[in-house]
Design a binder for this molecule. Sequence first.
Ligand code: CP
Ligand code: NVA
Length: 303
Amino acid sequence: MGSRKARDFIDLAEHDGGYLLHLLDLARRLKVGRITGRLLEGRCLAMIFRKSSTRTRVSSEVGMAQLGGHALMIADRDSQMGRGESVRDTARVLSRYVDAILIRTFGHDEVVELARDASVPVINGLTDLLHPCQVMADLLTAIEEFGDDVSGLRVAWIGDGNNMAHSWLNAASRLGFALRLACPPGYGPDPQILARARAAGDVEMVDTPADAAAGARVVTTDVWASMGQEDEQAAREAAFAGYCVDEALMARAHPSGIFLHCLPAHRGEEVTAAVIDGKRSRVYREAENRLHVIKAILLDLIP
Ligand code: CP
Ligand code: NVA
């Protein structure tokens, strides 16, 4: 503790493709047991959660335990941060206790500020803008299915231009795979993130879910109203009609195409039960891969 950290894990676009592939390879070696041991013995991860979580929290806590370290939960409702203590003071104090900080919050700027003021690595466990750890787990799932050549993938994003869509865009900009997005009018991705991804990679907005799904190896979607948007649910249900991933849409994908969803899912809204519970769904493997990916990130970031 105290020395300057090498890097944070906040935004996939901040890392080059080689580094992302290195993390994915590390995750796979951890998963198959080629890397074992209490490699983070005595190390501690602070986990700040200002939004709900099942997968991110549990995979991080279990991941630290499996690596011989410890993770501690700092929930908004019973921390001083939840009562308004500054991000700066929180970052400086926590840096004197722990070896890394994972944070899930609303505003992305808060994570950037935390990373600026912390002297230990900061991991983005989801903001309104990005969800990088999840897309890494999704990529690991795709690699397991289709092999190492991520650049040859064709991915269809159906639905909201949200934090997941943004992290898919950032991944495409770094790894070169084809990404087609179909979003309802008014619910597209952030124009700057889209422009950067289009400039760097094979990325296109298309008019319909059917256009996006055509020939895709991975068809993926997310809830229509993310955390913090609960009061928009009714308006979004109206706007997203026609953006449900159903069997007819999956039939447009590549014959070996799979369905991914970060979970939690709303069956009957963004995806039918027949698809998410069907043969082409890999959502539980995808969820498991959160564990292997966060272990790789923790191992790489914690000195
Ligand atoms: N996919 C995901 O991040 O799940 P949680 O909200 O349960 O962490
Ligand atoms: N877009 C969703 C992802 C949840 C894991 C949300 O932000 O609520």
